[in-house]
Write a protein of this length. Structure first.
Length: 115
């Protein structure tokens, strides 16, 4: 069974940076659609960034220009570089990959942005 594990979350001040990592137990990210989502307290899960099979990244308007999604060529790891963090970025962050047509989710990593 494929598993993914997110890490890199933490507490930072507004304006700070974090780099989230997502490691899968097998190669599910390279050459396939993958994404980062987040869910803030009391809100629905929302897409933060996606990457196509060909490598084109797309971002939610709220994070464009501040966040960067990338993946490694092994297909085992997905990253989210987050700069200029704002209090509204506070949420649990989840990575998602696709394996044999199924969406594979991790359990999330918590990001808290506060002064």
């Amino acid at each position: 069974q494929v598993q993914v594990v997110e890490s890199g979350g933490g507490s930072v001040h507004p304006g700070g940076s974090l780099r989230l990592s997502c490691v899968a137990s097998t190669s599910i990210f390279f050459g396939k659609v993958a994404a980062w989502y987040r869910q803030a307290p009391g809100k629905e899960r929302e897409m933060v960034a996606t990457i196509t099979a060909g490598g084109s990244a797309n971002y939610a308007d709220s994070v464009r220009g501040r966040f960067t999604l990338s993946r490694d060529r092994t297909g085992n790891s997905l990253y989210l570089q987050m700069n200029s963090l704002k209090s509204e970025d506070t949420a649990n962050y989840y990575c998602m990959g696709i394996y044999y047509g199924r969406n594979i989710w991790g359990e999330g990593t918590r990001v808290t942005v506060s002064s």
